[in-house]
Design a protein around this ligand. Structure first.
Ligand code: SF4
Length: 360
């Protein structure tokens, strides 16, 4: 099992022995603090614990203080090349900066950033993406590199960057090694974890649209998390950031690492089905995941929506409660015991009420 050092980001301690935290990134213009804070508030309502924003210029850096005032979660400033943006972001009160020492000019610039981080207790994330590693860019299309070689080069770059900070006696560091390729991401993170105690922020970058991105991310992140690698996770989907958060939690939930919403058991339906199982499940999820209070109440509950009584209550007997369909109606059951019949149009409201009043 890998063991990491601990790094503080806002109220959270990241690293071995602490919960894996869910991160996301805004897709608003950071120069518009209202819109950005609004999106972060929505992400927070969905359970996002750490939020990152792009800081492409000084106007964006200067907006960070206003954003901070309107949100509750730690804020990460994503900065490329300009150390002055990092200094301003730190002054504005961010909790972490994502910046690579190798990309901000002289060592004097890095020293200034480190000094400011130390003063304010701000952590640094070094982010190595396969697409931006200099060596990998230089040989792109000319040399056919193995996935292992890709991983090796990414890790080398991350260690070099981390070493610059270590030399300056700065240890509040998180590293990320991302690629759009499952194997390279896996290899790079494993290789890094074997050589360093720096906690890793894990994710598969540019994972794609909802379904393929969620599947790829689940396999990659799930494999790493099972090995104890990953202090924070982000699922990068070409989708609304809220869905990225939901997917991240579903991965953590499936691995038993975090609780988030109910464990909803529903059957795939078959020729016996005479009720709308799919519509019921969608409507129920819609209600739960758009209502933070209900989401909280439903967390940890096993709820079943089954298509028929032939297999329904039996297969879902370890659910706290559930419904098994008949013809336009269903049998409500609790812990495998059937209770009474319920018309289908009442199912969703009834299950929501049950969630609200159920004693866990
Ligand atoms: S629970 Fe019933 S309706 Fe659903 S798949 Fe199984 S047999 Fe078919």
């Amino acid at each position: 099992m890998y063991k990491t050092r601990l790094v503080k980001v806002g109220p959270y301690t990241l690293g071995t022995g602490h919960p894996v935290r869910v991160q996301s990134m805004c897709n608003t213009d950071t120069r518009d603090p209202q819109k950005t804070a609004e999106q972060i508030n929505q992400l927070e309502a969905a359970g996002c614990e750490i939020n990152r924003v792009a800081v492409p210029d000084m106007q964006a850096a200067l907006a960070l203080g206003e954003i901070k005032k309107q949100i509750h979660s730690p804020l990460v400033a994503d900065i490329h090349f300009d150390y002055k943006l990092a200094l301003e972001a730190i002054k504005q009160g961010v909790d972490k900066v994502r910046i690579n020492p190798g990309n901000i000019g002289s060592i004097e610039n890095t020293k200034e950033v480190v000094r400011a981080c130390k003063d304010k207790g701000v952590a640094i994330r070094i982010g190595v993406n396969a697409g931006s590693v200099k060596y990998l860019k230089s040989v792109a299309g000319q040399v056919d590199l193995t996935d292992d070689k890709w991983a090796e080069v990414m890790v080398q770059e991350a260690l070099e960057q981390a070493n610059v900070l270590e030399q300056l006696n700065f240890h509040d560091v998180v590293v990320s090694l991302k690629s759009d390729d499952f194997y390279r991401t896996l290899k790079a993170n494993e290789l890094f974890a074997a050589q360093s105690d720096i906690p890793l922020h894990i994710g598969l970058t540019e994972a794609g649209s909802f379904l393929c991105g969620a599947v790829k991310s689940s396999i990659a992140l799930g494999t790493l998390l099972q090995k104890g690698i990953g202090a924070t996770i982000r699922v990068s989907l070409t989708e609304a950031p809220r869905l990225q958060v939901r997917t991240a939690y579903e991965i953590l939930k499936a691995l038993g690492l975090r609780e988030y919403g109910p464990n909803l058991i529903s059957c795939p339906t078959c020729g016996r089905t005479q009720v709308d199982v799919t519509g019921t499940v969608h409507a129920l999820e819609e209600r739960i995941y758009n209502d933070p209070e209900l989401l909280q109440k439903a967390t940890g509950l096993k709820i079943a929506v089954m298509g028929c009584v032939v297999n329904g209550p039996g297969e879902a007997r370890d659910a706290a409660f559930g419904i098994a369909g008949g013809k336009g109606e269903g049998l409500y059951f609790e812990k495998g015991q059937t209770m009474f019949k319920l018309p289908q149009e009442q199912w969703v409201d009834f299950l929501v009420e049950k969630i609200k009043t159920w004693k866990k």
